[in-house]
Design a binder for this molecule. Structure first.
Ligand SMILES: Nc1ncnc2c1ncn2[C@@H]1O[C@H](COP(=O)(O)OP(=O)(O)OP(=O)(O)O)[C@@H](O)[C@H]1O
Length: 901
């Protein structure tokens, strides 16, 4: 244990340890340095201040540097993971600096010499591999954004989940950046300073990136250097870096460099990159993702998101794949139908899907275990996980044998499962014990009977323990101390212990020839003997020998596993895909979802559609969800898809109806059945949904400004194949401006874009557009008025609402009655005025008081009352009875006079 104090600097010279600290710190800028000292990681100077504040641990001092106190705080090794987790979640990066030699070696160089230390690993949000740090059901991506300029500016994004090895690249134009990053949702984003600056200048740097972005040196984005490093990182033959664009090469190069640097020479375990062309996917922009609450609600919660409702997977990798599919539904009818065929079979054959799901439950996270082994960070439990996964795959493959005509996807999965490396798995099952330690260095993980030499060494070790017992019995006999015991602890090793009362006996002749005193405690005395020391040596040797054999076996098994990396990765993919398929089948079967008909038409015909999340909530409250139809189907020859104008009262269910149709499109295209009785959807290329406004105060944009920027994006980017779902465009400004903008937007969507669209509005004037625009129809959310109350039927029917029932809703919300009464009064006059039937006195009496907030009830005029004034003047305590009677008469007289006047 190296506890060399940081001596107060008498001169400006550094102590050797501080010199070492500064040297290591200077090559790892931007990282909190966890500097190993004995059983602690210590942090110094500013790092200590940051960590103590972030972790709530005590900031102490340790010596001085340049006359100033050196701040210090430390975390114990055994609890370091928890502290690391906290720091990483707060966006910090940590360099782990270990002692890389035995302190005894350092001592040999002189008593003042410092133990050699080096950084063995950089821990950052995007490069985590341990289960302790990772969310099992979430991918953890490190992304790098590269920018190259040659006339036009090109961008590319590369991203990798270091824990599973999955790696992707995509080329992007400037206007795709925000959407793609919202899809990938990286834990850490790298870019060169110049790129960041250029993005900021062009208003392309999204505020959400600030917390996850780290600067990477420009050199690591060099596409030429990258070519060489990529060739080294990925096996030739599987991947050719020159097939990538310059930008993609640069981005991938930066990912590889950063991962390599973070693992400090242990190597990188990434899979051959997949070019993830965004044209394969249904494009969903960042605002749509957040408005539809796909992965989390707008308040950042999992509960209430679409994912939470549809994720019935039973394994963590399955859940990650489902999440990825939800983030990137397909845009290719053939591929979607292939997925649906597989889901369909499992939805119908509930026996089969039940068996599959029950077998999958015990399948461990193969991909992450494999990566840990590849990075030499894995232990016996990772080996066992792999064996278990292979074993389960074989059992799962068995379920498919009776299927004669399996859908393409299931047939492919069944083939991969059947090809699982069974022999390797049986070897693992033979070798590994049932109870396993976390680390191989702890030993005791090889099953008895697997290796004869190991069994011999173990027998020797336990035999020597029996010899210890025999020695104890002999020593008791020889000394006649019945309470003599041979014990063991970490400091002394084996020793003889006798109660204090007998200690002196052993210090005297003849026993002092045999017993060597080691320690005196309050009530015991400890000794050793030459024989015991020898025995201890033999036990340690046998134990060491056994451990060495176990480590060799571990290394061999690890090599065998890594030799099958490709097959195992494919197996991991297949298991995850099977889980997703079975989960979607289960979802379809248990929630009455229907298979959507997917083709390349411009159809969008939903019968009995439901909102998957609101349905759950409404049902939980004991109500039933009202299903609604939508038909936006169009055709090229009539100019495109249809546009429904949805009017209706507040709280009537407009937003729910709009959102449910967008969600049905997403579910259908990710290859899931949908909450409807039937659905026919011509593949949508882009989905835009603006339901529910949000401020972007952090970005200095008002609600209205955000709405206009987003509307502009839709009008500029939507195509005939798109689905646009818009809620109350134009409400954030003056009525006429808002109405005009909404009016023009509907016209543009109808005349120019021709996309399928739902447009909810409170501007009832818009409904007259249905008369002039051929593909526009009016629908309304039905309500019934009952005893002055409004009853929401949540039912969509043809026609236009004539009123919004805003005041009734305000009443439900608890607005004070006087305000409601006044609102009713104003509303009546406004309605009469717009109908041109208000009388002049109505206009004068109410409208003069507009705008609304000028209507506070006028204070009552202060009327001078002479009786009250006279009464005020009366001083009863100062009056005689006679005066009192006179005052009474006077008051009555004043009252009578006042009445007369
Ligand atoms: N189809 C439905 N069946 C049953 N309940 C529904 C249905 N649609 C909506 N609701 C219920 O009505 C509530 C209000 O719905 P929603 O937010 O869609 O109304 P809205 O018309 O958009 O209101 P606003 O115009 O005030 O935003 C929902 O939270 C839900 O509880």
């Amino acid at each position: 244990m190296d506890q060399t104090p940081l001596e107060p600097a008498q001169t400006q010279a550094l102590t050797p340890m501080m010199a070492q600290y500064f040297e290591i710190k200077s090559v790892n800028p931007g990282y909190l340095l966890f500097y190993r000292m004995g059983d602690f990681y210590e942090l110094f100077f500013e790092d200590a201040e940051i960590a103590s504040a972030a972790l709530g641990i005590v900031l102490t001092k340790r010596g001085k540097h340049l006359g100033e106190d050196i701040g210090m705080c430390g975390v114990p090794i055994h609890a370091a993971n928890d502290y690391l987790n906290k720091l990483i979640k707060l966006g910090h990066r940590v360099a782990i600096c270990e002692q890389v030699e035995d302190p005894k070696e350092a001592k040999k160089r002189g008593s003042k010499s410092v133990v050699k230390r080096d950084v063995v690993r950089l821990i950052t949000a995007g490069t985590l591999t341990e289960d302790d740090h990772l969310d099992a059901r979430k991918s953890n991506f490190l992304a790098a954004l590269a920018m190259v300029r040659h006339g036009e500016t090109d961008f590319a994004l590369a991203w990798a989940d270091v824990s599973t090895g999955e790696t992707f690249t995509v080329d992007l134009s400037a206007d795709q950046l925000q959407d793609e990053l919202a899809r990938v949702d990286p834990a850490e984003l790298l870019m060169a300073d110049a790129t960041r600056q250029a993005l900021v200048e062009r208003h392309l740097f999204a505020p959400a990136w600030a917390g996850i972005t780290h600067a990477a040196p420009a050199e690591s984005f060099d596409s030429e250097t990258a070519t060489a490093s990529l060739r080294a990182a990925f096996p030739i033959g599987i991947f050719d870096p020159t097939a990538l664009s310059r930008a993609a090469r640069a981005a991938l190069g930066a990912v590889v460099a950063y991962v390599g640097e973070s693992q400090k020479g242990v190597g990188i375990a990434l899979r051959a990159p997949v070019a993830d062309g965004s044209s394969r996917h249904l494009a969903i922009d960042a605002a749509t993702r957040s408005s539809l609450e796909l992965h989390q609600t707008q308040r950042g919660l999992q509960r209430g998101s679409l994912r939470q409702v549809i994720d019935l997977t039973v394994t963590a990798p399955g859940s990650r794949l489902l999440s990825a599919r939800l983030a990137a539904p397909l845009a290719d009818a053939v591929a979607i139908n292939e997925r649906l065929d597989a889901v369909g079979l499992l939805a119908e054959d509930t026996m089969l899907s039940g068996r599959i799901r029950s077998d999958l439950k015990s399948v461990p996270d193969l991909a992450r275990a494999l990566t840990r082994l590849a990075l030499d960070r894995g232990g016996p439990r990772d080996l066992a996980s792999i064996g278990k996964a292979v074993g389960a795959a074989v059992a799962l493959a068995g379920h498919f044998t009776r299927l004669s005509d399996a859908p393409t996807v299931l047939a492919r999965l069944a083939r991969t499962l059947a090809e699982a490396p069974v022999q390797m798995a049986s070897e693992l099952a033979l070798a590994l014990d049932d109870e396993l330690p976390l680390f191989s260095r702890d030993g005791g993980f090889v099953r008895r009977g697997y290796d004869a030499t190991l069994d011999d060494e173990r027998a020797l070790a336990s035999a020597t323990r029996e010899v210890v017992a025999a020695l104890q019995a002999r020593l008791i006999d020889e000394t006649d101390v019945r309470s003599l015991k041979i014990r063991h602890n970490g400091v002394l090793g084996y020793f003889v212990e006798v109660p204090a009362a007998h200690g002196t006996k052993l210090l005297e002749e003849p026993h002092r020839q045999v017993f060597i005193h080691r320690q005196t405690l309050a009530n015991a005395m400890r000794f050793t003997t030459t024989e015991l020391a020898e025995l201890e040596g033999r036990i340690a040797k046998a134990h060491d020998a056994a451990l060495q054999i176990e480590l060799t076996i571990f290394a061999r098994l690890r090599e065998a596993v890594l030799g099958r990396t490709d097959a195992l990765r494919q197996l991991a993919d297949a298991l995850a895909e099977l889980d997703v398929t079975a989960a979607l089948g289960h979802l379809a079967a248990t929630r009455s979802y229907a298979r959507p008909e997917i083709d390349t038409s411009l159809a969008f015909a939903i019968e009995g559609g439901r909102h998957p999340v609101v349905e759950d909530m409404v049902q939980a409250e004991g109500h039933s969800f009202v299903a609604n139809d939508a038909d936006l189907s169009g055709a090229e020859d009539i100019g495109g898809g249809r546009l429904w104008l949805v009017t209706g009262p507040n709280m009537g269910g407009k937003s729910t109806f709009l959102r449910q149709n967008a969600l049905i499109a997403i579910l259908a295209q990710m290859g899931s059945y949908v909450p409807a009785t039937s659905a026919h959807i011509g593949v949508v290329d882009r989905l835009f949904s603006r339901v529910g406004a949000s401020d972007d105060i952090a970005h200095g944009r008002s609600t209205f400004m955000v709405e206009m920027v987003e509307t502009a994006a839709i009008l500029n980017r939507a195509t005939r194949r798109s689905l646009v779902v818009l809620d109350e465009i134009g409400r954030g400004t003056a009525t006429f401006d808002g109405l005009s903008i909404a009016w023009a937007a509907v016209e543009a969507l109808h005349e120019t874009t021709g996309c399928r669209a739902l447009f909810a509005t409170h501007f009832h004037e818009l409904t007259s557009l249905a008369k002039t625009l051929s593909r526009v129809s009016n629908v309304t959310m039905k309500v019934r008025e009952w005893e002055g109350e409004v009853v929401f039927l949540h039912e969509v029917g043809p026609g236009a609402a004539d009123r919004s029932y805003g005041i009734q809703v305000a009443r439900l919300a608890g607005l004070p009655e006087p305000v409601l009464a006044r609102a009713r009064q104003v509303l009546t006059v406004l309605e009469l005025r717009s109908a041109g039937t208000a009388s002049s006195s109505q206009k004068a009496s109410v409208l003069d008081d507009l705008p609304l907030f000028a209507h506070q009830p006028a204070p009552k005029p202060v009327v001078h009352d002479p009786v009250l004034a006279a009464l005020d003047a009366v001083r009863p305590d100062e009056m005689t009875p006679k005066q009192a009677i006179e005052a009474l008469y006077e008051l009555k007289k004043i009252r009578d006079d006042a009445r007369r006047s």
